[in-house]
Ligand binder design. Sequence first.
Ligand SMILES: [Ca+2]
Ligand SMILES: [Ca+2]
Ligand SMILES: [Ca+2]
Length: 279
Amino acid sequence: MRLERARPIRFTLACVALAAGLGCSDDSPTVPDADSDGVPDRSDNCPDVANSSQVDTDGDRIGDACEVTQTLVHDEYFHPTSWEVFAVDSAGGATQVAVQGSGELGNSGFYRRMTHQHPPGSSIRVTHRLLGAEFDPATQGEIVAIDAEFDVALGSPPAAQAQVGQSLVVFQDGEIYEFPMAPIVANSWSPCIAEHLSASDFRNSQHQSPLWTRAGTPLTFGFGRRTTNVSDTSSTIVHTIANLNLYIRSRPGAEAGSAPTTGETATVGRSAPDVGSAQ
Ligand SMILES: [Ca+2]
Ligand SMILES: [Ca+2]
Ligand SMILES: [Ca+2]
């Protein structure tokens, strides 16, 4: 939202005219200033954040303290060294028997392939974390929203025989905060998209949310998978992920914040032309 520039002279003249005719009494209307930074709302280039300096580095009439910038966390290659298995929680004897990144253990495609071995009735939850892509709200600004997009596929067995749940994950102070996403139901590559996610969309096991303000500690990112074998025979469930993009929208949100850098980008891994086969 763009706001009109300050018109302090016009306001002063209006008050003088009032004083000449009717007197400028103490009960004259106060000028709204929601953030109490001394700059009236109608002329404040950042009306909800105290920024008395009104610094606007790029001159677009949106103060630096409000300027939203975007950081892209991206992995299209899924090299094994770019990821780690952060946590495993299994029941009924289910195990994770292989995690194969691009170029690892026979996986020549540009994606991460995971294999879960299931006795009848078992389930397992595995949380995967992307390495080297950290976002620090203290220096990069409070997070306004995160958009996410990536591709997934069920490698085997046929989709009707497997239950594969998934989540988008942010990590903070050793905690896992998940945003549940639609289950993986197809044996072919399918897009997954989540937009305008806020901190309250993510929850840890105690139903708490991460802290995305400038008081929050650095965040890292990843995804979770929960597979379940509901059949009465053993099963091997293979599932994949590729083409991960996380768009982190943030703003300094404080007078002391450094000038934002528009289009700031963090990249992990390297680009690949095709995700290849899910098999
Ligand atoms: Ca103000
Ligand atoms: Ca302000
Ligand atoms: Ca600006």
